[in-house]
Design a protein around this ligand. Sequence first.
Ligand SMILES: Cc1cc2nc3c(=O)[nH]c(=O)nc-3n(C[C@H](O)[C@H](O)[C@H](O)COP(=O)(O)OP(=O)(O)OC[C@H]3O[C@@H](n4cnc5c(N)ncnc54)[C@H](O)[C@@H]3O)c2cc1C
Length: 340
Amino acid sequence: MRSVLVKGAGVAGLTVAHELAARGASVTVAEIRSQIGGNASWLAGGMLAPWCERESAEEPVVTLGKVSADWWERTLPGLVRRAGTLVVAHARDASELARFAARTRNCESVDEEAIAALEPDLAGRFRQGLFFAGEAHLDPRRALEALVDKLRAMGVVFLFEAGEMALSDFDQVIDCTGIARADDDLRGVRGEMLLLRTRDVSLARPVRLLHPRHPIYIVPRADHHFMVGSTMIESDHDGPITARSLMELLNAAYALHPAFSEAEIVETGVGVRPAYPDNLPLVKCWKDGTITVNGLYRHGFLLSPAMAEQAAGLLFNSSAGNSSAGLESENEADRQWRSA
Ligand SMILES: Cc1cc2nc3c(=O)[nH]c(=O)nc-3n(C[C@H](O)[C@H](O)[C@H](O)COP(=O)(O)OP(=O)(O)OC[C@H]3O[C@@H](n4cnc5c(N)ncnc54)[C@H](O)[C@@H]3O)c2cc1C
């Protein structure tokens, strides 16, 4: 049986571990933290929104991402909510809605009445919007925890507070350490988020509020919680949320529905998204034989199933990691994959 060390227990590492264990590998997951959480994956919105994301992303995000809701549902039944995404804008920002519509597809225009039918609490607040019926969402924290439970039941071993490992004990190392990975092509994109709680608003699905400077989204969670996200700042600084970002996110939540002004602020969080120059993820095979799965940017839950399948396919269908011909530097990636 092939033994594989997966470094990092974010969404990339856990989805890779799942695909490997499902193919019969003996998998160990080593995580530097003391428990699941605290990483970028823990702070995500959990939107599985390939068509909305196309507004600012390239086509592979759609082709790779449109299978992800099925993967999550198949892997963790009952976790995915297929309620679509609603995109709205205030009348003064109607041009933002037109721009969004021009850059995306697989949606329908909705008027005030249709918006009220989808989200009764938004009745009378927005005259027009876009509805992406084919999109889905999940609670990322429940997904990560449920995935760990499932992996343990499949025989995957977890090592927390893991230090340097004896790599010779494993046939293969797959590095999924996100922004911590030494890779000159990677950069960090800081994302700040809030968790609010109020009984005064109900939403059935993620709602995106367009705005020329501060577009936001709100994702409903269990027990009257709402994830409000998020900033996109070119920085790998993971220090606390700034006053400016907190104000912008709160203002935008208030603009979506004034009742958010009375919500409890349950949590503020900051995650650093790992990104390659084109903001698309990559499976890379390095000279020392390590495979990396990284660069998931703002699409970790959306794209990690497809990338994990690619990494597992690489391991089981070829002699990946054995070739180092033509390399000039120790850190240079040998080959890289993103088939879409
Ligand atoms: C605010 C915010 C909102 C987002 N919303 C969404 C969304 O709605 N939908 C979506 O699809 N994506 C979303 N994303 C993006 C998504 O969260 C990221 O793409 C994803 O988390 C990246 O996952 P990762 O596993 O590569 O990195 P991480 O989650 O950072 O995991 C890397 C892990 O490696 C560990 N590690 C580091 N060094 C070592 C080492 N030497 N040995 C062992 N372990 C190590 C770290 O502790 C960490 O646990 C969002 C991100 C943010 C910040």
